[in-house]
Design a protein around this ligand. Structure first.
Ligand SMILES: NC(=O)C1=CN([C@@H]2O[C@H](COP(=O)(O)OP(=O)(O)OC[C@H]3O[C@@H](n4cnc5c(N)ncnc54)[C@H](O)[C@@H]3O)[C@@H](O)[C@H]2O)[C@@H](O)CC1
Ligand SMILES: Nc1ncnc2c1ncn2[C@@H]1O[C@H](COP(=O)(O)OP(=O)(O)O)[C@@H](O)[C@H]1O
Ligand SMILES: [K+]
Length: 511
């Protein structure tokens, strides 16, 4: 699903109004009716007090339509206008008239702190104060109003996006932003819903299709793409009946050191459970029996050194080399990595200490094969590119970095982002149960396993991240968030593939 910017959405609105020959008020009615339908489906006429807070722009107009429909369906509704200026939008005004005609209980105009209404814990608050039109931080009593709603502990549903949140920048410390429990957003999700700095404001999220012009939506270049099941499915290559293990490639996983051989077992298991035809590990001698015992399916080559990598001697013609997990950063290991880079031409997967070595030895970046996939978590990324001011600054710095070095970067997190040239792919599977040691090692194995099966590195990264998260979701379904260990994610990879191609998505409990 495309993620668009506020200006692209405004353009889509205008084109839709023109091409469908409707008024902006009709489009507002259509959008807000979708919100009403969602609320009605969930509340089923429940007798609770719904407090709708409307601004005076089009987000406020949406709020008025939602309130009118709720009143027409006999809900107990109280409407408040956060009347911070007299500059009301046209469609706000016509809906203001409509709601006044409908009920004697006119909307209450709020003009300052003294007017703040009571909000109780059990109330249902609809936040339609500001949407994508916000252009500066909230100030004065309006900011206080937002904080007042947040302090109430009422359930808050935000319309389009939480009021106070921008679509293209991160609020400053102390800025007032609604902390929504749920956000119903129009047509496309906004990028800020997935950034670590801002995702907590959004709560659970659902996107409502409001019928904007299809041609515009299919042609517009998105700010980013959200990868869900449908997108992942389109990337999948089914296995050919007439095939053999050689058809699915050979992965070499290089890394490990004394006490950290487990990371190799995890990555290698993951690559095989993702479908690689053959897997070889190259590890220090201390890991020989461990790997042979834990994973008899893999072949093992060892370094001359017992504890760490010092000389990576392989003349195997692998389809992909994955380097770094558990490798450590000893001088001799750095030297061995340097030699490995020199003799590798095909795209590699680099994780963990591979990334740390690159951070400390910047000159090695130029030896990375084009289209290699780097998989840092935020700390590893900071070591690679330096500090950033906020998430938008981070995105800019990452894009500069990947273009300079002609690589693909997988930034791991609650929503993992894949960066390739100008493109950004945002993952929507996975859950907090995956915040457990070794789940990153599993991801590297998954991506390497896909590359060995001839998926392009970018596709391997995007699909791999999706499947890894889905396997985490399936694991959580079986074991609970706390119960997952990263080996489960590797073990359940096959179920993630099955889910991808089955008729119905597994109810994964993704969070
Ligand atoms: N395709 C869509 O996405 C649709 C969007 N609609 C709604 O329209 C909204 C956008 O409406 P608007 O453009 O009127 O904008 P908003 O309703 O988000 O904001 C209202 C106005 O407040 C002013 N303002 C901005 N920052 C302020 C601040 N800090 N303090 C005081 N005033 C400030 C701006 O001039 C803006 O025009 C969307 O979020 C959505 O709710 C729907 O009605 C129709 C379809
Ligand atoms: N809260 C979360 N929600 C979704 N996925 C998560 C969450 N926390 C961690 N993950 C996923 O788990 C993996 C953790 O990787 P990493 O930090 O490298 O762990 P390790 O170094 O222990 O292997 C990443 O793929 C990340 O996206
Ligand atoms: K809002």
């Amino acid at each position: 699903m495309k993620i668009l910017t506020a200006s692209q959405l405004k353009e889509a609105d205008e084109i839709t109004i023109e091409k469908q020959n409707i008024s902006s008020e009709e489009l507002m009615e259509r959008a807000a009716t979708q919100v009403f339908n969602e609320i009605h489906t969930r509340l089923q006429g429940a007798d609770i007090l719904i407090k709708v807070f409307c601004g005076i722009g089009n987000n406020g107009g949406d709020g008025l339509v939602i309130a009118r429909l709720l009143i027409e369906h006999s809900y107990n509704v109280k409407v408040f206008i956060v009347n911070y200026s007299d500059n009301r939008s046209k469609d706000f005004l016509s809906n203001y008239d409509k709601i006044k005609n409908l009920s004697r209980d006119w909307p209450v105009l709020l003009k300052g702190e003294d007017d703040f209404p009571d909000i109780k814990r059990g109330d249902f608050v609809i936040d339609a104060i500001f949407g994508i039109g916000l252009n500066r931080p909230l100030e004065g009593w309006v900011a206080k109003m937002v904080n007042f709603i947040n302090d109430s502990s009422a359930f808050v549903l935000s319309v389009d996006l939480p009021s106070g949140l921008f679509t293209d920048k991160i609020p400053e410390e102390g800025d007032a932003v609604i902390m929504a429990n749920f956000t119903l957003s129009f047509q496309t999700p906004k990028l800020v819903f997935f950034l670590p700095d801002t995702m907590d404001f959004v709560g659970d999220m659902q996107v409502l299709e409001i019928g904007l012009d299809r041609e515009f939506l299919s042609e517009v270049t998105p700010a980013a793409q959200l990868i869900g099941r449908q997108e992942a499915r389109s990337l999948y290559n089914p296995r050919n009946k007439n095939s053999h293990k050689g058809s699915y490639g050979h992965v070499i996983i290089v890394g490990g050191s004394y006490g950290k051989i487990g990371s190799i077992v995890l990555a290698t298991t993951a690559s095989m459970r993702t479908g690689a035809g053959l897997a070889t590990v190259f590890i220090p001698k201390c890991g020989y029996e461990i790997v042979q015992t834990a994973l008899p399916e893999a072949m093992v080559l060892t370094d001359v050194n017992y504890e760490m990598l010092t000389d990576i001697k392989t003349d195997l013609d692998a389809d992909v080399v994955c380097f770094g997990m558990g490798a450590g950063r000893d001088k001799s290991t750095v030297g061995a990595f340097k030699e490995l880079l020199k003799k590798t031409n095909k795209p590699m997967v680099i994780d963990a200490d591979g990334l740390n070595i690159l951070s400390e030895n910047n000159e090695l970046l130029q030896d990375l094969p084009e289209n290699s996939v780097l998989t840092p978590h935020p700390k590893e990324l900071e070591r690679l590119i330096g500090e950033w001011k906020d998430d938008f600054d981070k995105i800019e710095k990452v894009q500069e970095f990947i273009k300079k070095h002609k690589i693909i970067l997988v930034l791991k997190g609650a929503h993992t982002f894949v960066f390739e040239q100008e493109n950004i792919y945002v993952n929507n599977t996975g859950n907090a149960g995956m915040a457990t040691a070794g789940s990153g090692d599993v991801l590297s194995g998954v991506i390497a396993g896909l590359i060995s099966q001839k998926y392009e590195p970018l596709i391997a990264a995007v699909l791999g991240v999706y499947l890894h998260g889905k396997s985490g979701d399936i694991s959580a379904e079986k074991l609970g968030y706390e119960g997952i260990i990263s080996g489960d994610i590797a073990k359940n990879m096959g179920l993630a593939f099955r889910d991808l191609m089955s008729e119905n998505e597994t109810d994964s409990g993704a969070g």
